[in-house]
Design a protein around this ligand. Structure first.
Ligand code: ME8
Length: 645
């Protein structure tokens, strides 16, 4: 019987810059799932790649003074590039797609035409707000304070010819799909999609552009290029040979499980299934929206200068330690706060102390007491039952979590077993048994039970830390056949020869390592701006600035930038202020904080909502000239309503 297939993908990343720890997190998680499925006997196709077209890349290449193709080639295939990063991180992808590959470009043209021919793509006029200096169209909701969200300059109404996809036609089937159960996970994201995007009404989607050229040309209408998301989403299909002859395994592997970050769940759970319905292909088996790694509660971004470099961490801590940390620490569906302290403490407590110690103590004892080879004659005892039961039960419990992509909970099960095995050493006191020649069969049983707990743990840890597990299997003398899922329930009754090897995870000196990391991260300080011309004290005093407390904060629907705040300003009535700072903060970080607001600005409307004042922030350019914003958060001891003077 042929094996059951499993097709899993990561997002295809933009090669506009070096990738950071967030991208690495997603790829490592997907890799662990792919490896787990292979362990379970599936015929796995694991795809990752790069999303290389679009205006941003075109601009970046221009800045760098090279062609877009040369620009992306260097970031993807050059030294220290994306392919190198995945090799370093031991990513086991079966295929890698670049959207600039000829076969993909040709397939996208065919797909676009197919949707045009079936009436789902039509020509219309794209109306929007145009920023001339940026040559960009924006929707009303994207504007910040009525101006271009990129450069802050005024925009004007403009119109251009464009193709549209009839997304509105698919609102109902997509909603049914979202409500049908397990298509989109975690389940919490389903309501978000329905309430924020489907209920307000799905509009047809503009799927071509004439304002830039770095993209897939619409072959029947020169001057138009295919909008990047159509080009990007269909990578999952073209990489299997859909509408092209490069590969021929679409029928074998389709449909996919798409693992994506939460910010692109909308594209994957609404636009993507609608387009698949349009071309008559099955929708994904599942879209899983994982959370973000954040730093100090805020987004990681080049402009904030807080991007964590996976190369550096892998070099300092080792690839497996980094892979393990990412998947052990953060629940896959939620955001997680990255810190070097947490990384070091996880490595020390789980990998060096609990896991590494168990392997090194056990192999050292087998060497010391039995010269390295454990005899087959063993004497069981009721004292073993608890550990042996856990050895037996853990794989099924682990599998349940892994099948639901709850990777951190899968690891939790393994570490319960490892913890129990360490306790078993203390309970059985092998060093005392070793003093009595008659207790040798009992001592051999204790050692065999420990080796069994280790062997089972290693099988289950293989998807996470494959290299370390291979070394540890060698140390405990496990044959190839004893490293498989099928062997989990087998008992090693035969003689076992161990080979004590190098320490798997040396303990890290926290202080020393933090100091080393700190030294590598000295940020460049850009020059300060000149001081503005004088104002009088009376002019200054006209600004009514007070300390206010954030009572609620939420993202404004259909706006990428705006947050809506209700504030306690000390007056007894709540005040509403809108602020375009979503790029820098998530709502949940801000609720309960005290900040400074200017209250006597005239009210203004944004996205149909009234804003009565403005939150004050400190803004400074980073070394690349990008503005970085810090809200003026004050200490909890400053009373609400206190006036700045
Ligand atoms: O969006 N924490 O590409 P992209 C966790 N090309 N994951 C993160 C992260 C963070 N801080 N930052 C990024 C694109 N990611 C499109 C995708 S797919 C058809 C097209 C991960 O380079 C996360 O998985 O911006 C996120 O969805 C992805 O990188 C975005 O990568």
């Amino acid at each position: 019987m042929s094996k059951e297939t499993f097709f899993i993908t990561t997002p295809i990343y933009y090669p506009s810059d070096k990738l950071h720890i967030g991208h690495t997190y997603c790829t490592v998680a997907t890799d662990a799932i792919a490896r787990y499925k292979r362990l379970r006997g599936y015929d796995v196709m694991f795809l990752t790649g790069t999303d290389e077209h679009g205006q941003k890349i075109e601009e970046k290449a221009k800045e760098a003074g090279v062609t877009p193709q040369a620009f992306v080639d260097r970031i993807v295939e050059g030294p220290g590039g994306i392919l190198d990063l995945w090799k370093l991180m031991n990513i086991s992808n079966d295929r890698f797609i670049r959207t600039t590959y000829d076969y993909h470009v040709a397939a996208i043209q065919r797909i676009f035409r197919k949707m045009y021919d079936n009436g789902d793509i039509y020509k219309g006029a794209y109306k929007g707000k145009y920023c001339t200096p940026c040559e960009s169209f924006w929707t009303e909701s994207q504007l910040v304070n009525g101006c271009c969200p990129d450069c802050g300059r005024p925009v004007h109404d403009a119109e251009e010819e464009a193709y549209f996809f009839r997304l509105s036609k698919y609102a109902k089937p997509v909603q049914d799909l979202l409500e049908s159960g397990t298509f989109l996970e975690p389940a919490s994201r389903v309501n978000e999609m329905i309430n924020n995007f489907i209920k307000p009404g799905l509009e047809d989607l503009c799927v071509s552009r004439t304002s830039f050229t770095w993209g897939v040309p619409v072959d029947f209408d020169p001057g138009h290029v295919v909008y990047v998301w159509v080009d990007a989403l269909f990578n999952y299909a073209t990489a299997l040979g859909y509408m092209n002859d490069k590969y021929h395994d679409f029928d074998r592997f389709w449909p996919p499980v798409n693992i994506v970050g939460k910010e692109i769940v909308r594209f994957h759970s609404i636009i993507w299934p609608a387009m698949l319905m349009s071309v008559g292909e099955p929708v994904p088996k599942k879209v899983y929206g994982h959370g973000w790694l954040v730093i100090d509660g805020g987004k990681m971004s080049k402009s904030k200068g807080n991007v964590v470099d996976p190369y550096l961490l892998a070099e300092k801590f080792g690839v497996d330690a980094l892979r393990f940390f990412l998947l052990r620490t953060f629940p896959f569906g939620s955001d997680g706060n990255f810190s070097n302290e947490l990384l070091i403490s996880t490595i020390n407590s789980d990998l060096a102390n609990a896991f590494g110690n168990l392997v090194s103590r056990t192999t050292a004892m087998v060497e010391k007491y039995f010269g390295g080879t454990l005899p087959a004659e063993r004497e069981a005892d009721a004292q073993d039952d608890e550990l042996l039961n856990l050895v037996k039960e853990t794989p099924a419990r682990y599998a349940k979590q892994m099948d639901a992509f709850q990777l951190h909970l899968g690891l939790e099960e393994v570490f319960r077993l490892i913890g129990r095995a360490n306790k078993y050493i203390d309970e059985t006191t092998p060093w005392i048994l070793a003093k009595d020649e008659e207790k040798r069969p009992r001592l051999a049983a204790v050692m065999a039970n420990l080796l069994e707990a280790i062997r089972v743990s290693l099988i289950l840890l293989t998807p996470f830390i494959p290299d370390t597990c291979a070394r540890a299997f060698d140390q405990i003398g496990a044959t190839e056949a004893e490293r498989t899922w099928e062997s989990l329930s087998a008992v090693r009754g035969h003689e076992i020869t161990v080979r004590k090897g190098e320490t798997l995870f040396p303990r890290i000196d926290t202080e020393k390592m933090l100091a080393e990391l700190e030294a590598m991260h000295k940020p460049a300080t850009p020059p300060a701006k000149p001081v503005l011309p004088d104002v009088t004290i009376d002019e200054f005093a006209k600004c009514d600035m007070r300390v206010v407390k954030i009572l609620t904060c939420e993202a404004v629907k259909k706006s990428e930038k705006l947050l809506k705040f209700t504030l306690d300003d000390g007056s007894g009535t709540e005040r509403q202020i809108l602020s375009g700072i979503h790029k820098f903060y998530e709502p949940e970080q801000l609720v309960g904080k005290k900040v400074v607001a200017i209250l006597n600005l005239p009210p203004r409307k944004m996205m149909g909502l009234e804003s009565n004042g403005m939150l004050l922030s400190a803004v400074k350019e980073d070394e690349k000239g990008n503005e970085v914003l810090h809200l003026m958060i004050v200490g909890d001891d400053v009373p609400v309503g206190a006036q700045l003077c």
